[in-house]
Design a protein around this ligand. Structure first.
Ligand SMILES: CC(=O)SCCNC(=O)CCNC(=O)[C@H](O)C(C)(C)COP(=O)(O)OP(=O)(O)OC[C@H]1O[C@@H](n2cnc3c(N)ncnc32)[C@H](O)[C@@H]1OP(=O)(O)O
Ligand SMILES: O=CC(=O)O
Ligand SMILES: [Mg+2]
Length: 531
């Protein structure tokens, strides 16, 4: 190892000369500072999630917080946005893989979310090469030659880069400070900020973030404190960092104003992260005997509780002069089936038309082939205007009961249950093999969508309402039977692609579903299979 480790820091993973350009002594010292200052609070907030779950399990329904009523009632706005964040009508997202990053930046989208989270498998190599790719992308030096000899380089006009670090729950087990492993969120943020902020500021840009999976405004306060501290440490003006918070937990939906308020100097809006949101609803109400959602495919953006959430997010953002960014339809282009492809593209178009028509300022796409479709939807509403933040929605009056109106409850079917098992195993098999985003049955699958698949079956087994359309109660035995059948089918279908990782995935999926202790995130036990 050529680098001198700062006092108290250890690296428990292989290094090479390139990795050492990211894991410099100074950068690691910065990671260590953030860890020593904020790790205690991070742990308290994670512990607070457990207490909150216990309250929900005891039957206390979430509501808008009485103690922050003054924040909701007061007239305040977020700080003005930098020029390169005014127009985000189409945002492409994707893992921090080198070729995909170049394709995303060149895709014609206004912005690109480089993802260390839902679509990324957090192996050591993915994390560190992701930081290398981000650094090179910011400097516009990123290039790539495929094994077939295809050359990739950046166009003259590229998307604005936002980076999504891991959530507060994930750790980076390969770095310890004073003997403790460090937070994945702090690690991803610290390295990206440390290596790039001064370069970007010299070029009239800055580091922008997406903040995932928060469950309360106190968690947003922690991010804000991290930003303030980091800016001070590196002598960067306060308010330089900007971040969009994903509202993707049911509890955060009750604290949207408060989250924007905590981050108001650093905010660039909210995003409707629909997949984790559905997962969060299932997770938080999994022990509530009245709660039971239908097959995953029936939970669309137009069902009552999703519609209420999407409109409340929009209204809240625009009241605070903040961008409202729509989430992602899981539909992707389908090769070799023009009819199915047209249907998928039509689905994306309808999704973006609805968001744009409602008043959203932009929306996510999963694939470069979807950029023109989303662009058309938002162009039709925005024209030459960069956004529609000025469009207020006084007509939207969302009550707690609207956010909690969990319909539809039917149908739950054998096909739906088997699809959940199939998707869950295939996704986990891919994730353990190092790829965090894959097409399965012509849909984009990532950590958030796979969470829905496994959480649904856990809940159907334990809910009195977990009954198949044909009258059979979902039980451990029925699950074991379907699991066996799906595994046999997958082995047949995947042939030599059914590797040890898929075997592990099938076992893990069964354990996650059978265990009465609901595992908070599948990426937590999944991480034990990496490196
Ligand atoms: C719940 C949430 O968090 S949503 C956000 C997280 N999810 C995402 O970001 C989705 C990212 N998308 C993807 O990873 C991919 O599009 C998939 C896995 C869904 C589909 O992948 P594939 O079927 O392999 O795509 P396909 O073969 O059509 O790709 C064609 C080309 O587009 C590129 N491409 C596809 N998706 C993306 C993307 N999101 N960003 C950049 N390039 C992309 C491919 O790299 C490929 O490039 P090439 O022709 O130069 O080799
Ligand atoms: O991160 C996005 C989501 O839908 O989950
Ligand atoms: Mg998510």
């Amino acid at each position: 190892m050529a680098i001198t480790l700062p006092q108290g820091v250890e690296i428990l993973a292989p290094l090479n000369a390139e990795y050492e350009t990211i894991l410099t002594t100074e950068a690691l010292a910065f990671v260590a500072k953030l860890h020593r200052k904020f790790e205690g609070t991070r742990r308290e907030l994670i512990a607070r999630r457990v207490l909150r779950q216990a309250e929900l399990d005891a039957g206390r329904l979430p509501d808008f917080l009485p103690e922050t009523a003054a924040v909701r009632a007061a007239d305040w706005k977020i700080a003005p946005l930098p020029a390169d964040l005014l127009d985000r009508r189409v945002e492409i997202t994707g893992p921090v893989e080198r070729k995909m990053m170049i394709n995303a930046l060149n895709s014609g989208a206004k912005s690109f979310m480089a993802d260390f989270e839902d679509s990324n498998c957090p192996s050591w190599d993915n994390q560190i090469s992701g930081q290398i790719n981000v650094r090179d992308a910011y400097r516009k030096t990123i290039s790539f030659t495929s094994p077939e000899g295809k050359q990739y380089a950046l166009n003259d006009t590229i998307a604005t880069l936002l980076l999504r670090p891991r959530g507060w729950h994930l750790m980076e087990k390969h770095i310890t400070v004073d003997g403790d492993i460090v937070s994945g969120a702090l690690f991803d943020f610290a390295l990206s900020f440390f290596h790039n902020i001064h370069y970007l500021l010299e070029n009239g840009r800055a580091t922008y973030y997406y903040l995932p999976k928060m469950e309360s405004h106190l968690e947003a306060r922690l991010w804000n404190d991290v930003f303030v501290f980091a800016q001070n440490e590196l002598s960067v003006a306060q308010g330089t960092i900007k971040a969009t918070v994903l509202i993707e937990t049911i509890l955060a939906a009750f604290e949207m104003d408060e989250i924007l308020y905590e981050l108001r100097e650093h905010s660039c809006g909210l995003n409707a992260g629909r997949w984790d949101y559905i997962f969060s609803c299932i997770k938080k109400f999994k022990n509530n005997k009245d709660f039971c959602l239908a097959n995953r495919g029936a939970i669309t953006m137009t069902v009552p509780f999703m519609r209420a959430y999407a409109l409340l997010l929009l209204k809240t953002c625009h009241q605070r002069q903040a961008p409202a960014i729509g989430g992602m339809a899981a539909l992707i282009p389908i090769k070799n089936d023009p009819v199915a492809n047209e249907k998928a593209l039509g689905g994306v178009k309808a999704d973006k038309d609805r968001d744009a028509g409602d008043g959203y300022d932009g929306g996510w796409v999963a694939h470069p082939g979807l950029v023109p479709i989303a662009m058309e939807s938002f162009n039709a509403v925005l024209g030459d205007a960069p956004n529609q933040i000025g469009k207020q929605r006084p007509d939207v009056n969302t009550a707690a009961a609207d956010l909690l109106c969990f319909q539809p409850e039917t149908p739950i079917t054998e096909a739906g249950m088997k699809l959940n098992i199939d998707v869950g195993i295939q996704y986990l098999g891919s994730w353990i093999s190092g790829n965090g985003c894959v097409p399965i049955h012509n849909l984009m699958e990532d950590a958030a969508t796979a969470e829905i698949s496994r959480a649904q079956i856990w809940q159907w087994i334990r809910s009195p309402k977990g009954v198949l359309e044909d009258g059979r109660k979902v039980t451990q035995e029925l699950f074991a039977q379907f699991h066996g059948e799906v595994v046999a089918d997958l082995k047949d279908k995947l042939g030599s692609r059914w590797t040890r990782q898929y075997e592990d995935a099938a076992r893990m999926f069964a354990e996650l579903t059978s265990s009465d202790d609901f595992v908070e995130f599948l990426t937590l036990p999944g991480y034990d299979y990496l490196d």
